[in-house]
Ligand binder design. Sequence first.
Ligand code: COA
Length: 142
Amino acid sequence: MIRTPETEQEWSAYYQLRYEILRAPWGQAPGSEKTLDEAAHQHFAFFNDNAEILGVGRLDILDNKKAQIRFMAVAADQQGKGIGKALMHEIEAVCEANGYLQIMLHAREVALPFYKKLGYQYIEKSHLLFDEIQHHLMSKQL
Ligand SMILES: CC(C)(COP(=O)(O)OP(=O)(O)OC[C@H]1O[C@@H](n2cnc3c(N)ncnc32)[C@H](O)[C@@H]1OP(=O)(O)O)[C@@H](O)C(=O)NCCC(=O)NCCS
């Protein structure tokens, strides 16, 4: 099931997964997984039948036509099982239902094939995170 975390415990698991996958491997401090404006965005968590969070993603609305997907992460031992794809499809469905026409994202180099498979077009090389993780701008018209 994919939905927004609700309880304090769910929110903690949500950010913990984001931290473990996207920050801890690069020696970043706990807390570095959050931005100052989390409350302004939409949050998606994939729950298994035991109510554990196995995947996460955030949707930022940029303007009345355009949205951005950020912080996509699936638990290390659950990758490659369709969880990331399910999250992306749910986020895209929400965007379509709300009339957004374009989704952009900055993909880590390792995730480029994942987003390409989901129909995202390569635009250009973007930023380098923590001096080593090359990102690439990608976009999809809905
Ligand atoms: C990238 C990530 C979110 C993808 O989620 P996932 O659950 O592992 O991916 P899925 O199992 O849903 O894969 C969906 C499709 O993409 C393909 N795919 C996923 N990762 C791939 C890769 N690195 N290379 C090639 N294909 C890939 C899968 O084979 C699958 O193809 P199919 O639909 O034909 O079966 C996840 O692996 C992850 O968290 N990686 C580490 C953190 C990260 O890099 N996040 C992205 C930040 S921009």
